[in-house]
Design a protein around this ligand. Sequence first.
Ligand SMILES: [Zn+2]
Length: 299
Amino acid sequence: MLSPQISIIDLDFLSFPGVIAVYLIELPHATVLVETGPASTIPQLTAQLADHGLKPTDISDVFITHIHLDHAGAVGWLAQKGATIHVHPNGAPHLVNPEKLLQSAKRIYGEQMDFLWGTFLPVPAAQIHSTQHQEVIRIDGAEFQVFDTPGHADHHNCILYDGILFSGDIGGIRIGQSRHIELPTPPPEFNPVKWHSSIALIKSIRPAILAPTHFGTYNDVPFHLANLDKNLSELEDWLSRVMREQLPLSDFTHSLKDWLDKKGRNHCDPALQPYFEILNPSWMSAAGLYRYWNKTHQI
Ligand SMILES: [Zn+2]
């Protein structure tokens, strides 16, 4: 528990603890979630809400940082239970009509799709609140401020509440209180220029605590953001070096995995090491980097 009001719900994704978080904020007359996790972990979410004496119908508001299925897969189900969904305007249409979102996820995950992510339900338009950059949303007297933070996806928000910045994926992946911070760079919207700007914006907000969805809370915010920025620059340097070799995607993917292992994963607690490849599969980040490079370096 972060404070009497705020708790971390660990969804135990694929029976791995400490990889996907939902944040629960209990106000006197409202109950707020930041993120929902995938639809496949609805039973875990329901059980942990029950541990807090809550039913799914008690959730009044849900903020999602973005619509990727590990962050927002249960959003339609929570809407069915009555929650209002606060989402970036670029993400909102995909919640109402998720066909395109699900098709592109299916292209990536194939037969694994249902097992990994479960069934994504659409959200009725009337239950969606499309956020504005820097908008302050008041719920039961509490203030939540939303920041447009592209770079990982063009529909990514960070949410600030009581000095805690829920940083989704733009704040990187950091697990088990290790010092290794990794950047998930999936297709199609990874953009390092936008990502650097979003890090600068987060620095200017000066949150006391960062709470990435993957996973937990960190109060060494200046260290975290400086390293995130440095890792992004090093990733860009690596990308421009490797792309000169004109490798096919499969070889490029192997190179990325080797580089990520050497850069940080191999220096973490051995028990944590497999988690990085679950949270940030090198084939997915490689596809995003490869696509970004080819899009921006067409002659
Ligand atoms: Zn994501």
